[in-house]
Design a protein around this ligand. Sequence first.
Ligand code: SF4
Length: 390
Amino acid sequence: MSKPLFRELITPFLRSRMDTLRLRHGAASPEYQALSRQYHYTDDEQAPAVEANLRHYEADIGLSIDGESLPGVERLYRRTLVIEPTLACAAHCRYCIRANYPRSNLTEDQLTRIAKYCGNEANRGDLREILVTGGDVLLVPDRVNHLLNAIREHAPNIRTARIATRIPVQDPRRITGDVLRIFEAKSPLRVELATQINHRVELCTESVAAYQAVMDRGARVYAQNVLLRGVNDRIDALVDLYDALRELGIESHYLFHCVPLRGMAHLRTGLEEAVALGRALTCSGGISGRAKPMVAAMTDIGKIVLYDGTILRREARHILLQSDYTLEERRRWNPNWRLPESAEVDSAGRLRVWYLDGAELDVEREAPILNPTVDASRRAVSLPILRVAS
Ligand code: SF4
C-alpha cells in the first residue's frame, strides 16, 4: 500500500467500534463502511483525479493587527471570526479540509491578542460570534477556557462562542472535568458545541452520553454533516441520521458537499446529486421540519448554500456558483483578502466562484454521470439548468 498524503490516525475507541461493527454486520455492510470510509486510508486516495486542491480556500485569508500577523485566525464573514487554537486532532477524517494545514498551537498570549482584536473599535460593530475550531480544540481545554475568559474580558460584543469538535464520536471518554467546564453557562457569552456526525452508527451509547453531558451543562449542540460517497449518500441513511439527531436534541446545520481535495475523488458525490438528496430530504415530509439541514458547498470564497439561483452554469467538470458576498465588504472585514483565481465579480459587485464537481461527465448526454445506486426518483429531480457550455 502506498504512503498516505494525510497520516492515518484512528483512536482506540474508533478501532474497537469498527471491530464490533465488522463482527456484527460484516466488512461490506453499510454500518462498517460508514466508519471505515471516514477513517481508513486506502489506495483510492492515490488514484489519478482532477481534484488537486490542498486547502479548502485557495486564498490568503489571514489577518494582521498593527502590522503584525495574527496566526490561527480566519476572517471571511461579517459576524463570525474563526479561531484555531490547535490544528491537532484525536483522529484523522480522510476528507478533512484541514488535512494539509501545518500543525500549530496558539499560546495564551496569542489567544489574548485575538480576544482584543475581537473587541477593538473596528470590529465591535460587526463581530458577534467566534467559531473556535482546529484541529480539535477539546484536545486543549485549558486554551479554550483561557480564550473564553479573555473574550469575556476584552470583547463583550461577542455573544456566542461555537466550539467545534468530533471528540464525542471519536474518543467520548475525554468529555469530562475540564472539557465540560467549557460549556457551563456564564452569561452573557453563550457557548455552543458544533459537531460533525455523518452516519447514525456514530451515535453509540458512549457518544450519546458525551453529547448529553454537554447539553446537561446548558449548552446547545448542533451538527453539520458531510455528504460522503458510500457513507451516507442514500436517502434512507440520511433520514435515519436526521431522525436520530432530532431525537437526541442535536440541531441540524449544514449538509456539506465533500470538498474537491486531492485524493478524495472516491468520497465525493456530484453536486446535482447533493441538491437532489437535499430536496428529497427536506421537501418530502420524511423528517421533522426542525431537523432539516441546509445543503452547502465550501468554495474558495466561502460557503454557498445551494438555494435557487446559486447554480449558474457548467463548463465540463466545473460549476459556476453565485454568492451574495461582495468584494467590497470582504475587503472591509479583511483587507488582506485576495480574490482567488477561481472567483470573479459580477456587474453588481457580488462574488461568483468556479467549483469542481464530484461527478464525472457523460459527454454524449451533456450531463453529469449519476451514482448508479441513485434511484429513479432522484434521477428525475436532477437540475435542468446545468448545461455543458458550448
Ligand atoms: S476531527 Fe475535524 S478537523 Fe480533525 S480531521 Fe476530523 S474533520 Fe478534520
